[in-house]
Design a protein around this ligand. Structure first.
Ligand code: FE2
Length: 386
């Protein structure tokens, strides 16, 4: 198997044969949301998820048309941006998609080269390479469109020592809730339209040099009612993983269809965030008001030892604690993983989060798909969208 993961450490070396590292990508730089009220969204992410105040841009820093709050936890940076006037084009994004992920920014060595390489391979430009400077140095950014109105920005920051980007000032707050153990973005999933998954798989292969290292068809991902298909794309060093989902025909409406209807097209469905201690992180998040999907039935937990297989002896967690928190367990050849999914974090049934602790496993919890989707369907039922 040529696409097998050969190295469990996420080094810069290539671990996926067939991937082309003409960019190359060093990691996720930031995720920017366009929201209706960035001040309140920032309060939510600080209070509920334990993000820390990092930087700010707005009227007080000379920006007239928008306000942006930058939050950080571990290696994760969120930017929450809101338009300040009715004239701003950002309003259109909110009307169409609700509060939504607009930018998945990728940290690169060379933002000019990243732009040239991807655009010459067919990417639609979003922002030409642009140099921004302040007293802390310079950042070069460029951007291309991916699915829907979502954008990948390339960020070159090797000559910059400031808090975030030129134009932002450090944000010192008196309100600093403790972090919850969130470490880095493990993967980010995009939902695309009917029969579009393979178009975007090909786009990530050809434009970004990614490889498709895992695939799930509708025979594997289905319940009594609904189905979807998914392919996982990764860059060469494995730091960036983007599964792509499309709906599939089922007896009732696929959760992907529900997303597409409410989001108004393709977009980011969930952001999976890694933790080293999922029991502590999830307990903490629950106590702060983060809502998770309901627990799978008892039969699911009874089957956990079987699902762990050869990794049964390596399983360190207290299964009662795991069940109490509704955390799910899956295993693959290399190890096991623990994961849990939030309910949508906004009023539209669109974006949600996954919290994941990998104990050697490199998969995405395929053994949990059925239980997970049944749980999502219970929510869809309540929303009248199944
Ligand atoms: Fe996921």
């Amino acid at each position: 198997m040529s696409n097998e993961i050969k190295n469990v450490e996420y080094g810069l070396e290539k671990i996926f044969e067939g991937a082309q590292d003409f960019l190359p990508l060093l990691g996720t730089d930031y995720v920017e949301f366009i929201v209706g009220n960035a001040k309140q969204a920032a309060h939510y992410y600080k209070t509920a998820f334990g993000y820390q105040s990092l930087a700010y841009a707005g009227l007080e820093t000379g920006v007239r048309d928008r306000a942006s709050y930058v939050l950080q936890q571990g290696k994760i940076r969120l930017v929450l941006t809101t338009p300040l006037t009715g004239e701003s084009e950002l309003n259109n994004h909110i009307v169409k998609h609700g509060d939504a992920v607009k930018v998945v920014a990728l940290w690169v060595e060379d933002a000019r080269k990243s732009f040239e390489e991807t655009v010459s391979r067919g990417a639609k430009p979003y922002m030409e390479p642009t140099v921004e400077t302040d007293e802390f140095g310079e950042v070069v950014r460029s951007g291309i469109y991916t699915y829907g109105e979502t954008v990948h920005m390339f960020v070159e920051r090797k000559n910059y020592t400031g808090a975030f980007l030129p134009g932002y000032r450090e944000w010192k707050s008196d309100y600093n809730p403790a972090p919850t153990g969130l470490k880095y973005v493990d993967h980010m999933v995009g939902n695309v339209g009917w029969n579009e998954m393979n178009i975007w798989v090909k786009w990530y292969e050809e434009v970004m040099g990614f490889v498709n290292f895992l695939s799930f068809d509708d025979k594997q991902i289905n319940t009594e009612y609904s189905a979807l298909m998914s392919k996982v794309m990764s860059n060469g060093n494995g730091r960036i993983k983007f599964p792509i989902n499309e709906p599939a025909e089922g007896a009732k409406r696929s959760q992907i269809e529900e997303y597409l209807d409410f989001y108004g097209g393709p977009g980011v469905q969930h952001i999976a965030i890694a933790t080293d201690d999922i029991i502590k992180t999830v307990s903490d998040l629950k106590s702060r008001g983060v809502e998770f999907l309901s627990a799978p039935p008892q039969a699911y937990y009874d089957a956990v030892p079987d699902r762990l297989g050869v990794h049964r002896d390596a399983f360190k967690e207290d299964i009662k604690e795991i069940q109490k928190l509704a955390i799910m367990v899956d295993a693959d050849e290399e190890g096991y993983l623990l994961q849990i999914f939030t309910k949508p974090v906004e009023d539209r049934p669109t974006l949600f989060y996954e919290i994941i602790q990998r104990m050697g496993a490199r998969g995405f919890g395929a053994g949990n798909f059925k239980a997970l989707f049944e749980s999502i369907e219970r929510e869809q039922e309540l929303r009248g969208t199944l």
